[in-house]
Design a protein around this ligand. Structure first.
Ligand SMILES: C[S@@+](CC[C@H](N)C(=O)[O-])C[C@H]1O[C@@H](n2cnc3c(N)ncnc32)[C@H](O)[C@@H]1O
Length: 207
């Protein structure tokens, strides 16, 4: 008999209470504005690891698009790339590039509008700051639930240890590979190493 799946966020009691604008640093440009900065080392490591996988013809969701060089590098051979950011100048930079299969939304990865805004389903979700902007466990779980909802069966989230070592606010959001593995007990995911520092979280649900 099939067991009904209820997402861990639904029963999570550790909630910040900020349901309209979850996450931290939303109004602090120093932390969220990378439109005109160099790509981070962790983002580049993910891109290099991705290059060694079968990525051509696939669809991508890029979380925190920064300078949009990810799209400049991969869009020509990707099926499509959607991106999200909480920084207006990153949306402006993305739009100014006029890459036909690249669309960037001003959208919060922890929020409910995520489900109302994105219409594609993705083979890869790229997020080099998986928990760096987390406000509470409820919204961290909700973000993962959002990602899994948007992913095709067997799709993967790619992240990197360097980004996981960085937390804007509370140190408890610095994550290890073992912390990711612990998510396997809560979510229908399978965690694996792609390189020494780049990790994959695969969607094991039937879709
Ligand atoms: C440190 S920058 C990294 C930019 C780019 N990925 C890189 O590594 O070069 C963090 C990115 O995450 C975005 N971000 C922060 N909080 C977010 C949230 N709650 N939802 C969506 N994006 C968020 C920021 O706007 C910014 O684009």
């Amino acid at each position: 008999m099939m067991r009904a799946y209820s997402s861990p966020y639904e029963t999570c009691v550790e909630v910040c209470g900020n349901l309209e604008r979850p996450g931290v640093a939303l109004d602090i440009p120093m932390w969220i504005e990378h439109a005109h900065l160099d790509t981070t080392v962790d983002q580049l490591r993910i891109e290099d690891a991705l290059s060694a996988l079968q990525w051509q013809g696939k669809s991508f969701l890029h979380i925190g698009v920064g300078n949009s060089r990810f799209a400049e590098r991969f869009a020509a051979e990707a099926l499509l790339i959607d991106g999200i950011t909480v920084c207006r100048s990153e949306v402006e930079r993305a739009t100014s590039l006029r890459i036909p299969n690249y669309t960037v939304y001003f959208l919060n990865k922890y929020g409910r509008k995520f489900l109302l805004t994105l219409t594609h389903r993705y083979d890869f979700v790229i997020d080099n700051n998986l928990a760096s902007y987390a406000c509470c466990k409820y919204h961290f779980y909700r973000m993962l639930d959002n990602y899994l909802w948007a992913m095709k069966p067997g799709a993967r989230i790619l992240t990197d240890q360097r980004g996981m070592d960085f937390s804007v606010d509370e140190k408890r959001w610095i994550l290890s590979y073992e912390d990711l593995q612990a998510l396997e007990k809560k979510f229908p995911v399978q965690v694996s190493r792609i390189t020494d520092t780049v990790y994959a979280i695969a969607n094991e649900s039937a879709g």
